[in-house]
Design a protein around this ligand. Structure first.
Ligand SMILES: [Zn+2]
Length: 194
């Protein structure tokens, strides 16, 4: 942890608490690329319910954003640094892999965290290339590497990024197996940064 001595000050600027822990793990996993991380940078359209297409200023998304996009950060010199393809992605919490499906940049991984018998909460890690051992049914530990940011299939303005959706549903709601299902099923989306 000796590279991370100054991370203690992060809790002032990185909220909520899960994001602080996730960011610490991400920095450790992606050394030395992320070692000068200072703060996440969000352009309009990267956060929950925002409508802009951050990759195409002036255009709107077909639907408000279903989560948050981690795409770039400021380093200690104030420069903007973009995530690369193949950045390691750690699981936020312990959970069970409930679904894996394609999205328009890579694959989406849905991990369920049991709350109690009636409710479940889940997190979708989108635009990643899941690790080979991450298969449906597997129990993952907090911090376990679930995959890497996907390599772009074709050149374009959409840079590699991690999209996170957090949601809640009744325990009997089936896991989404494609993005349209997130809108069709009785799933409540949560602002990850609230
Ligand atoms: Zn997104």
């Amino acid at each position: 942890m000796k590279n991370l001595n100054n991370l203690a000050s992060f809790d002032k600027i990185i909220q909520p608490p899960w994001l602080l822990e996730f960011t610490r793990r991400l920095i450790l996993l992606n050394q030395p690329f992320m070692q000068n991380f200072r703060a996440w940078h969000f352009r309009p359209g990267m956060r929950f319910r925002e409508k802009d297409q951050w990759w195409r200023p002036g255009s709107l998304r077909p639907a408000p954003h279903e989560g948050v996009d981690f795409c770039c950060f400021e380093d200690k010199a104030g420069r903007l640094v973009y995530l690369r393809p193949e950045c390691g992605i750690p699981a936020l919490f312990k959970g069970r892999v409930a679904a894996l499906f394609d999205d328009f940049l890579g694959r989406s991984l849905y991990i369920v965290h049991e709350n109690n018998g009636r409710q479940q909460s889940g997190i979708i890690y989108a635009h990643i290339q899941p690790a080979p051992e991450i298969t449906v049914g597997r129990v993952v530990k907090a911090g376990e590497v679930v995959g890497v940011t996907a390599v772009q299939r074709r050149p374009g303005p959409l840079r590699p990024h991690l999209h996170l959706t957090m949601c809640r549903a009744a325990a009997n709601v089936p896991p989404p197996t494609e993005w349209q299902a997130i809108h069709r099923l009785p799933i409540e989306l949560i602002n990850p940064l609230s």
